[in-house]
Design a protein around this ligand. Structure first.
Ligand SMILES: [Zn+2]
Length: 206
C-alpha cells in the first residue's frame, strides 16, 4: 500500500534549545535573537537550511514554538521554517486559525522576508504581525536561494489584511548566518536541479 500520511518534526537539538529559553521574550530583539540562533544551529548541526521562524504572543512575547527549515532531512520541499513554526503552533494551540476570536494576537518572527510560499502560509495562518530581520536582496545574493516572485507590494497587501509588518530587526546578525552558510559550501536546495527528463521516459510503462 502506498503511504497516505506524512509528518514533519524539528531536529532533536531544538527541544534542548527551547528548554534553555525563557518562557517570555518581551522585546522584539530578544525574539529575533532567539530565531537567528536557531537558524545558525540548524546549519551547524546540518539539519537544514539557514532559516528559522518563531511564533510568539505579540504583546507578552510568550513563546509558542521556534521552527527551523527541514527540507532535505524530510524530503519535503515545503518544510520551510515558517511552515514548520506555523503548523506546530497550530497543533500546540489546537487552532487552524491563529487569529480566532478569544486568542491573543500572534506574531511570526523570521530571520528574513518569507519566500513566495511562506508569504502565502503567513497570510493563511491567522497571525496579526510579521517581524523580519530584513527584506532586501542580501539573502538571495549571499546564499543563492531563489525566494520566488514576491508581490511588489507584499507589505501593504499584508497590512490590508490586518497583519502588521516590522522590518530590519538585527539585520546584520541574520546576514552573518547567511555568510556562514555560504562559506561552509552547504547545499542550496533550489528546485529543478536536474536536467529535463527525456520525452520517452515520461510515460507510464504498460
Ligand atoms: Zn519559505
Amino acid at each position: 500500500m502506498t503511504s497516505q500520511t506524512f509528518s514533519l518534526a524539528l531536529p532533536a537539538w531544538a527541544e534542548r534549545e527551547h528548554n534553555l529559553l525563557p518562557e517570555c521574550l518581551p522585546s522584539l530583539e530578544e525574539r529575533m535573537a532567539a530565531v537567528i540562533r536557531f537558524s545558525r544551529l540548524n546549519i551547524e548541526h546540518k539539519t537544514g537550511g539557514p532559516f528559522a521562524a518563531g511564533v510568539f504572543e505579540k504583546d507578552s512575547g510568550r513563546r509558542v514554538i521556534i521552527g527551523v527549515n527541514r527540507v532535505m532531512d524530510s524530503n519535503c520541499s515545503s518544510a520551510h521554517a515558517e511552515v514548520m513554526a506555523l503548523s506546530l503552533a497550530q497543533k500546540i494551540l489546537g487552532q487552524w486559525d491563529l487569529g480566532s476570536a478569544g486568542l491573543p494576537a500572534y506574531q511570526l518572527v523570521v530571520n528574513w522576508r518569507p519566500c513566495v510560499m511562506c508569504y502565502g502560509a503567513a497570510l493563511w495562518s491567522g497571525i496579526r504581525s510579521l517581524a523580519v530581520a530584513g527584506s532586501g536582496p542580501e539573502l538571495e545574493q549571499i546564499t543563492g536561494f531563489d525566494e520566488g516572485p514576491i508581490h511588489p507590494d507584499w507589505k501593504s497587501e499584508l497590512e490590508k489584511r490586518g497583519i502588521e509588518v516590522i522590518d530590519n530587526i538585527l539585520t546584520e546578525d541574520a546576514i552573518q548566518v547567511f555568510r556562514q552558510f555560504r562559506d561552509e559550501g552547504q547545499i542550496v536546495y533550489n528546485a529543478r536541479q536536474g536536467s529535463l527528463p527525456d520525452e520517452k521516459d515520461s510515460h507510464c510503462r504498460l
